[in-house]
Ligand binder design. Structure first.
Ligand code: TXA
Ligand code: MG
Length: 309
C-alpha cells in the first residue's frame, strides 16, 4: 500500500507539470493528462499519433466534479447509480462554463465521461483537482494496452511515468452510450448492452454496418497489422490459431483466450494474446467461431475491426 501511495504522488507530480502518464483502469490502460489544460492534452495527441478531430474520454472520481462540466439527466442517473464506477462511458451535454480543454472535445458541445473502477487510479483522481482526459494507452489504431509492460511497448521512454495497477480485469474498452438525446450505443465494450437496456427500459441496438462513423470508430482499429481469418474450424499453414475451447490435440501455434468458453476470461485475454502473436512474428491469424452473445459480441466486434485492411 505504501508503494501505491508513493506512486500516486509521483503520478500527481507529473500530471501537475502538464505531462502525460500511463494509468491503469479495469478496462484498458489510459494515457492520461489534465483535461483542463491545453498544453497537457495536446501531448496526448502527439504521443498517440491521434488525429486531432477524435475527442477524448474524461475520467472522474465523483459526481460533484462531473457536475461542473456536464448537464446530467434522468437516464444518466439511472445508469450511474447501477453501474458506476465501471466499464461504461456517457456522452453528455457540455456546460457552457466548463473548463475542459477544447482539445478534448474537438470543439463539440458534448463530452464523453467515465468513472473508472480501479483503486489506484481512483486514489490518484482524488488527489488532483482536475479530471483526467485519457484515451487508451496505445498508438492510434493499434492494440490496446492491458498492463504496464504493454504501455512501455507502445511508448518506450517517451512516457515519463506509468502508474502500475496490474493487469486490467476486463481487458476491453468501456461501452459508450450517448445520452444527449435518445440513448444511443456508440461503441460496444466491457458492459453488455442487454444490461443497459434493462436498466433504461429501452431497446438499444448496435449495428456496426449501419453506424455513422464517429471519429475513432473507424473500421480499422485494435489492429495487430496481421490479417485475421474469422470463424475458422482449423488453422491453415503458418497461422496463429486463437481458440476458446480446449482441444485434445494441440500445437505450438494454438493460443487460448479461454479453455471452457468463458467469455469474460476470453475478453480479458484478447489484447494480450494478439500482442503475443505479433511478438512471435506470425504473418497470419485465424480465430475459432466465438458465440455472439454476452461479451462475445464485443470480442467479435474487436476482431472484425482488427481484421479490416
Ligand atoms: O475503456 C475506455 O474507455 C478507455 C479507458 C482508458 O478509459 N478509453 C478509451 O479511449 O477507450 P479511446 O480514446 O481509445 O476511445 C474513446 C472513444 C473514441 O472512439 C472517440 O471517438 C469516442 O470515444 N468519443 C470521445 N468523445 C466523444 C464524444 N463527445 N462523442 C462521441 N464519441 C466520443
Ligand atoms: Mg482506443
Amino acid at each position: 500500500m505504501k508503494k501505491n501511495l508513493s506512486n500516486i504522488k509521483k503520478g500527481k507530480y507529473y500530471l501537475d507539470k502538464n505531462e502525460c502518464i500511463g494509468i491503469p483502469t479495469e478496462t484498458v490502460y489510459g494515457l492520461a493528462a489534465n483535461a483542463y489544460s491545453d498544453e497537457a492534452t495536446s501531448k496526448i495527441f502527439k504521443l498517440k499519433k491521434r488525429p486531432k478531430n477524435n475527442p477524448l474520454i474524461v475520467h472522474y472520481a465523483n459526481l460533484n466534479d462531473l457536475k461542473k462540466d456536464c448537464e446530467l439527466n434522468k437516464n444518466f442517473y439511472k445508469l450511474y447509480k447501477q453501474f458506476c464506477p465501471g466499464p461504461i462511458t456517457f456522452v453528455l451535454k457540455l456546460k457552457n462554463d466548463s473548463k475542459i480543454s477544447k482539445n478534448v472535445t474537438n470543439k463539440k458541445k458534448t463530452l464523453a465521461v467515465r468513472f473508472p473502477k480501479h483503486k489506484i487510479t481512483l486514489g490518484l483522481l482524488k488527489k488532483i483537482n482536475y479530471p483526467l482526459a485519457a484515451p487508451s494507452a496505445n498508438i492510434s489504431t493499434k492494440i490496446s494496452a492491458v498492463s504496464l509492460g504493454d504501455v512501455k511497448e507502445e511508448f518506450g521512454n517517451k512516457l515519463k511515468f506509468i502508474l502500475n495497477g496490474g493487469r486490467s480485469k476486463i481487458g476491453l474498452e468501456s461501452t459508450i452510450i450517448s445520452l444527449v438525446a435518445k440513448p444511443e450505443i456508440l461503441r460496444l465494450g466491457g458492459m453488455q448492452i442487454s444490461v443497459l437496456c434493462k436498466a433504461l427500459g429501452l431497446k438499444l441496438k448496435y449495428n456496426i454496418l449501419k453506424k455513422t462513423l464517429h471519429p475513432g470508430q473507424g473500421k480499422l482499429h485494435y489492429s495487430p497489422d496481421i490479417p485475421i481469418r474469422l470463424n475458422a474450424n482449423n488453422p491453415r499453414l503458418g497461422e496463429a490459431f486463437i481458440l476458446i475451447k480446449k482441444r485434445k490435440k494441440n500445437d505450438k501455434n494454438f493460443f487460448y483466450l479461454t479453455k471452457n468458453k468463458n467469455l469474460k476470461e476470453a475478453g480479458k485475454n484478447l489484447y494480450k494474446i494478439l500482442r503475443t502473436i505479433k511478438k512471435r512474428k506470425y504473418k497470419l491469424i485465424s480465430v475459432e467461431k466465438i458465440p455472439n452473445k454476452n461479451l462475445g459480441i464485443t470480442i467479435n466486434d474487436r476482431l472484425k475491426r482488427a481484421s479490416k485492411k
